[in-house]
Write a protein that binds this ligand. Structure first.
Ligand SMILES: *[C@@H]1O[C@H](CO)[C@@H](O)[C@H](O)[C@H]1NC(C)=O
Ligand SMILES: *[C@@H]1O[C@H](CO)[C@@H](O)[C@H](O)[C@H]1NC(C)=O
Ligand SMILES: *[C@@H]1O[C@H](CO)[C@@H](O)[C@H](O)[C@H]1NC(C)=O
Length: 234
């Protein structure tokens, strides 16, 4: 190894230190970098402290989590419901945009398991099948019990068969009845709040429609809903 003379070293270090004049822009750049670093440190700190605060909040109140789960504004709502009946599955597309309030209510009742074991207590061939709490029949039953219209007039596409709706009777958050039409009903919107339509399992609806009923349109052997499963996609 060749020795480097101290003088040469001195020269070299002097050379390196050479340009001692630091321009104003360099100073500004350095300051800017420092400011940026400080800012990012502050925001990182804020982020972490916020996060730990949130975590503490979330852990302290589980009920809020449940509320958020049900609260439709916070989460994307399921758009489909699969109704498992004793005759098979009926898949329903929910009109989230068209009837958001009714869909909200329906989803709420599904999540509470309201429809488990519910019976279709009125089956009117070529008209409608109705499920609900039998004890709580309100004004809604009048139009079904009057029976189907003999002559059906102008039919708009909105009033096709296999629409799902609930009665317009005032709801008190305790009950929710279901109607599935099996024929086009011209004045359906006067009678029901339509909030979806059957997209799969029309044959199951028809099978329910075919059961033997008594003179009050009540099925002779009960047809029930086993449960309702909500889906975002199908
Ligand atoms: C805690 O809940 C809030 C809303 O209340 C939410 O924004 C946040 O992401 C949650 N944090 C954690 C860690 O779950
Ligand atoms: C529907 O109910 C039947 C009878 O309980 C069950 O065997 C079946 O797994 C259910 N299907 C769905 C998709 O929930
Ligand atoms: C519905 O019932 C089926 C079979 O009994 C079960 O596998 C499924 O998890 C139930 N779904 C809901 C949402 O309760």
């Amino acid at each position: 190894m060749a020795r480097i003379k101290p003088q040469t070293l001195l020269l070299q270090s002097k050379k390196k230190k050479g340009p001692t004049r630091i321009s104003v822009t360099t100073i500004l750049m350095c300051n800017l970098v420092v400011v940026l670093i400080v800012l990012s440190l502050v925001s990182t700190y804020r982020h972490w402290s916020q996060r730990s605060r949130n975590q503490a909040e979330n852990e302290s109140s589980m009920t809020e989590d449940i509320d958020a789960f049900i609260d439709p504004k916070k989460f994307d709502l399921p758009g489909y419901a699969i109704i498992n009946t004793s005759k098979g599955l009926i898949t329903v597309e929910l009109y989230k945009e068209g009837s958001p309030e009714t869909v909200d209510k329906f989803l709420d009742f599904c999540q509470k398991g309201h429809f488990k074991g519910m019976h279709f207590h009125h089956v009117i061939k070529n008209y409608v099948i109705q499920g609900g709490d039998f004890q709580r029949l309100g004004a809604a039953e009048d139009w079904t019990l009057k029976g189907k219209p003999h002559n059906q007039l102008a039919i708009s596409p909105k009033h096709e068969a296999f629409m799902i709706g609930t009665s317009k009777a005032k709801h008190d958050n305790k009950g929710f009845d279901l109607f599935i039409t099996t024929a086009p009903i011209p004045d359906l919107n006067d009678k029901l709040i339509v909030f979806g339509r059957v997209i799969k399992g029309e044959d199951v609806v028809q099978e329910i429609e075919e059961v033997d009923t008594d003179e009050h349109y009540q099925p002779k052997s009960p047809i029930g809903i086993i449960n309702v499963t909500l889906k975002h996609e199908i």
